[in-house]
Design a protein around this ligand. Structure first.
Ligand SMILES: [Zn+2]
Length: 530
């Protein structure tokens, strides 16, 4: 037997949850071709994995790296964590399928989250969008079909529910997109145009996803709740599952500072829906606060008409005054607990890492007024993140909940990485080693179980064929890590730090990370889900 690569002496944790076994793994071309005693085999190259776990590469079910991967295919902050496949387009915030003019409009609108990828890309279909990544990125890329592009294609950035002919048109686009390999249907109902929808529209769209056996990934609704079943939230998501038959996947579902320790309470509606026969999975990231863009705090009417119309509203003194009054009427705590993560302009870049209150003080104005000014000056290319709890005990209680949720077989991990800006949320650099290393060790979970949650679970849920397991005939997407050493180094004050304890990462049989350095090999494929 001869192989392109043999990984020797490692503990093979195969992704199924079965106990690890000492074995060698042989790789030929893009695939795993043997597992066992390969001491007599010829190998062009060998890696000694003594003292290390050899696991499937990690699959990130929630990555806002749509734009970042197009600007820098190396994507070190992902592959250095052991991530071999990123699923882009969560929350339905993504670029395809969009014709050129709408791509340019939505690119600017989403730039606070996704950065600014090149203008001259063909995003007119899922197929052409996957081609933009294929062999141009180090990790594999799978794509959700986004509710955002589906609505934009049907009615533009307008506040009307999809019904009749426009609904039929949306349905046809969905069918084409699933046939071209979209791995699920995603929406985020704090975001636009997604939040212009009502529950009935989502049931109709999810019936199409159900016909193609694709999961519906949802960031639950907190905007326009008057048009939602049960006032939005998780109950709306589950009711859409009941009525459409779609497989429901709930994004970033965990406790936070306000309800730490209440795991049973947050799982109660999930268990009720499962008893009704709804197929539900969930995901989380292991940090107590989130990150996003300021647009998700703006009222529904602000977004109508798209980027230029919304920017004109910010430039008009009367409309801006109205906006500020609305922002002030919301829970002020929320806006006061943010800092800027990225700012596009050189003039304002020093705000990165500064709290909103400090920036407002520097400008001699209120926080609400400051947000409106900065958004206009940056044309929405600005992002924010939350401040973690002051109490380390509370923070650790949320982390304990994270691990007890991951103890459930229906959970997986989505980093919710937003890889733009100079002082990002640490989740984009540390999520996977934090779960597989720090938190697994602290709370005493078996490595086999934690690895299963980040490999086989997502591969099966999202139709990523031949991935997510160390198995003969499967793709050689492999992470080699030291189980005692693997750890995140990214923190809120120094977020953009690579983890330790992950010396080698293979994507489709090629080393994209070797001896803890990126190799520059763009081995990733645009994955067409089955
Ligand atoms: Zn997200």
């Amino acid at each position: 037997m001869s192989f392109d690569l043999v990984i020797e002496n490692g503990l093979v944790v195969d992704g199924t949850g079965a106990p690890g076994k000492y074995a060698s793994v042989g790789v030929t071309g893009t695939k795993i071709t043997a597992i066992g005693d390969l001491s007599a085999a010829d190998a062009k190259k060998t890696i000694d994995a003594s003292g290390h776990v050899v696991s499937p590469g990690f699959i990130d079910t929630h990555a806002h790296s749509d734009g970042a991967l197009l600007n820098d295919g190396q994507h070190a902050e992902g592959v250095r964590q052991g991530i071999t496949t990123e699923i882009v387009g969560p929350d339905g915030l993504t670029y395809a399928p969009l014709p050129r003019a709408q791509y340019l409009m939505y690119r600017q609108y989403l730039s606070g989250l996704l950065g600014l990828p090149p203008e001259d890309l063909d995003m007119s279909s899922i197929s052409s969008a996957l081609d933009n990544y294929h062999h141009k990125t180090a990790p594999n890329v799978a794509m959700f079909l986004g509710h955002g592009p589906i609505r934009l294609g049907a009615v533009g950035m307008e506040d009307v529910p999809l019904r009749g002919e426009v609904l039929r048109q949306a349905t046809r686009t969905m069918e084409e997109s699933f046939e071209q390999g979209a791995c699920g249907f995603a929406t985020g109902l704090s975001y636009y145009p997604n939040s212009f929808s009502d529950s009935e529209e989502l049931v109709q769209l999810c019936k199409v996803a159900a016909r193609y056996d694709k999961a519906f990934s949802i960031h639950t609704r907190n905007h326009n709740i008057d048009r939602a079943y049960f006032g939005g939230g998780v109950e709306e998501a589950l009711e859409i599952g009941r009525r459409s038959g779609v497989k429901v996947h709930i994004e970033h579902y965990r406790t936070s500072a306000g309800n730490a320790g209440q795991v049973d309470q947050i799982m109660e509606p999930i268990e009720r829906a499962k008893a009704d026969g709804v197929d539900v999975t969930l995901e989380l990231y292991p940090y107590p606060v989130g990150s996003g863009h300021p647009l998700s705090h703006f009222p529904s009417w602000f977004h109508e008409g798209g980027t230029e119309a919304a920017l004109r509203r910010l430039a008009d003194p009367e409309t801006k005054a109205m906006l500020i009054r609305e922002l002030e009427s919301h829970d002020p705590e929320i806006l006061h607990n943010y800092s800027w993560t990225w700012i596009a302009s050189d003039a304002n870049r020093h705000y990165e890492g500064m709290s909103f209150s400090d920036v407002a003080t520097e400008r001699g104005t209120s926080i609400e007024q400051m947000i409106c000014e900065v958004m206009l000056e940056e044309r929405f290319s600005c992002g924010l993140r939350g401040v973690p709890p002051q109490s380390a005990r509370l923070w650790r209680a949320v982390e304990e909940d994270v691990m007890s949720l991951l103890d459930r077989p229906d959970y997986m991990v989505g980093s919710d990485a937003i890889p733009v800006g100079g002082l990002q949320h640490p989740r984009g650099w540390g999520t996977f080693p934090r779960v597989v290393g720090r938190l697994r060790r602290r709370h005493g979970y078996p490595v086999e179980q934690v690895v299963q949650r980040v490999t086989q679970n997502p591969a099966r849920r999202f139709g990523l064929a031949e991935r997510g397991e160390i198995r003969e005939g499967f793709r050689a997407d492999i992470c080699i890590f030291d189980p005692e050493m693997i750890n995140d180094l990214s923190s809120f004050e120094d977020p953009m730090m690579h983890p330790i304890g992950i010396p080698h990462v293979l994507v489709n049989g090629q080393l994209v990370v070797e001896n803890s350095e990126c190799t520059g090999i763009m081995a990733g494929e645009g994955i067409r889900a089955v």
